[in-house]
Design a protein around this ligand. Sequence first.
Ligand code: ADP
Length: 280
Amino acid sequence: MAEECTHDCSTCGANCSSRQEPQDMTEPLNPYSSVKKVIGIVSGKGGVGKSTVTSLMAVMFSRMGYHTAILDADITGPSIPKAFGIHEKAMGSEHGILPITTHSGIDMMSINLLLENEADPVIWRGPILAGAVKQFWTDVIWKDVDYMFVDMPPGTGDVPLTVFQSLPLDGIVVVTSPQDLVSMIVGKAVRMAQMMDVPILGIIENMSCYVCPDCGKKHYPFGESKLENVAKEYSLTILGRLPIDAACSLACDTGKIESVINPEAQEAAERLEALLSEKQ
Ligand code: ADP
């Protein structure tokens, strides 16, 4: 042991007998799977539009010509299949569970595709929830996926921790609402990613304003945005600001998210794609 041992090997270069290298806890991918990039979509709390942004990013990347997938890790609040109008059940094969493919060719896995009755609540303890997320990675056959978007459970609890540790995330995108920006909630999500050593690709402010359909004027029901200040404070790249969009909300509710035209989401996706391409 080094003379002045701090018991924190990550900050010490001494090559002593009690040195402990950080453990790699990532789970193996199913041998029949191939996933090039994994992006986690996170939020500090629920209801800010994380699942909507996950779905929109997958749709926009799919429109750019990539084979895209969504792993719905929000086990207690799964809303992805509904947004895509998917109500069928996932089937298994001898090699693993087969994802459901949406109308436009996006592969997805969600607990709602496995429950007998999709309206049943999932009342499981943390380790079981975390185990289900791991299985979505290890047991599902993700064939030739260019970009996988993981709809993370909100907050900084057991299941987000499992995703951070078990999936080889290439980075995360933080989704926030204007109200979140004035609290410490975004900071907590950002700090968690930093502590887990996962790159933060950028931040998207959802429901940032309301555009009057008659005169086109922008209104800020939650007050002027604090996005610039928060992005500066945490050194985050602003990927985009998505306005309150009644058509998008209706499309989510009626399973038609793949038909949404949303220039702001498209721009955010293009920025994200450019960032990810740079990293290759
Ligand atoms: P989360 O995943 O953060 O809990 P959701 O994506 O499920 O949040 O969104 C919560 C609700 O807000 C949904 O009904 C969704 O349709 C709606 N919503 C999300 N983003 C927008 C938006 N930009 N404009 C209008 N409605 C939105």
